[in-house]
Design a protein around this ligand. Sequence first.
Ligand code: AMP
Length: 405
Amino acid sequence: MARGAFGQGEFGKLTIEDVDIKGKRVFIRVDFNVPLDENMMITDDRRVRSALPTINYAIDEGAKVVLASHMGRPEGRPDPRWSLAPVARRLQRLLNKEVLFSHDIYGKPVKDMVAKMRPGDVLLLENLRFDPGEEAGDPKFAEELASLADIYVNDAFGAAHRKHASIVGIPRSITAVAGFLLRKEVGYLQGVVSNPVRPFTAILGGAKVSGKIGVLENLIDKVDKVIVGGGMAFTFIKAMGYEVGDSLVENEMLELAEKIRGSLIRNNVKFYLPVDCVIAQSIEPQAETKLVTTQEIPRGWKALDIGPASVKLFSEALANAKTVIWNGPMGVFEIDAFSRGTFSIAHAVADAYALTIVGGGDTDLAVSRAGVSDSISFISTGGGASLQLLEGKELPGIAALRDKK
Ligand code: AMP
């Protein structure tokens, strides 16, 4: 059950509200990295909608609003498959006002467009990654972008962990502050880790232990319960001395997995692993499946979802939680036959009377497919960025912004 407003954690950076933007050219770095289908139609515009509070605020304050984002991986050259033109059209509908679109990212044509803008006008630049300078963090490219504006606002939480030109480069030249989405994301993710309402339960899943090890290490002395599902569970189970058939195992992580389990137990953290699982010989929709206990996975078979006994165990562990963070699916939920565990946990998280925070990427897709997005307190728009915050690291994009005095 989603709870109301959560007191945002300490945010030591200036925000767009702290600077005078009236009549100024304001460059807002947004994260419009939305999924498109084969007809270039946007299949999920949540990232665009999440940026609306900052954009609308800038419009209402009479700023000349220059928006910029990356999308996909065009590898430093223009590629029509990754054009932001469809996003400009969607934004126009969402804002109910004209959105200018520039095919150039910098240079005289853009400068001329910006020079003609009036207060309240909105311009979206083409995909920043069409230029190799963006991902390389090229200072010259950053200066070109900075020359389009008087003030820089970072509202691209999903990209704030990258040392790219539009994230860390522009703030070297002009006043740089945070947008509302960035402040909200950091407030939730940092706030929950530094000052959780207890009991605090973390659910981790997904393919690999290596991707989540930093989060586990950071949470050891902060959480009350840890639930591990998905492929990563099988490295822990193997490390405890059990056979796991052909399930996903990172052999190089076995020792560390066992060490972390030991540290959690020494810290009185309750640690839950799946007790049963759905197995198959291949990761295919038509594959024959069986339900077995985790100690009975035969050779040649892989565990691809948690089973009903694990769902029950995990749901009971969640029942009294007051704070829950969830990052990573419980199985290969993209395939129906292996999706039930993930969707059941999505419902259990949604039903918990707790502050519930879901990490980005696959987990938000799982929650949306389970139809419970509206019952989650906060769904992060950034996968990699949210993981880094949960690892206790500062994001370069946030470090680059002006400190509050
Ligand atoms: P991650 O990006 O590490 O959160 O991993 C997400 C991916 O993990 C999803 O695409 C799932 O299909 C995959 N996954 C979850 N459980 C398993 C499993 N038991 N075996 C293999 N892959 C899995």
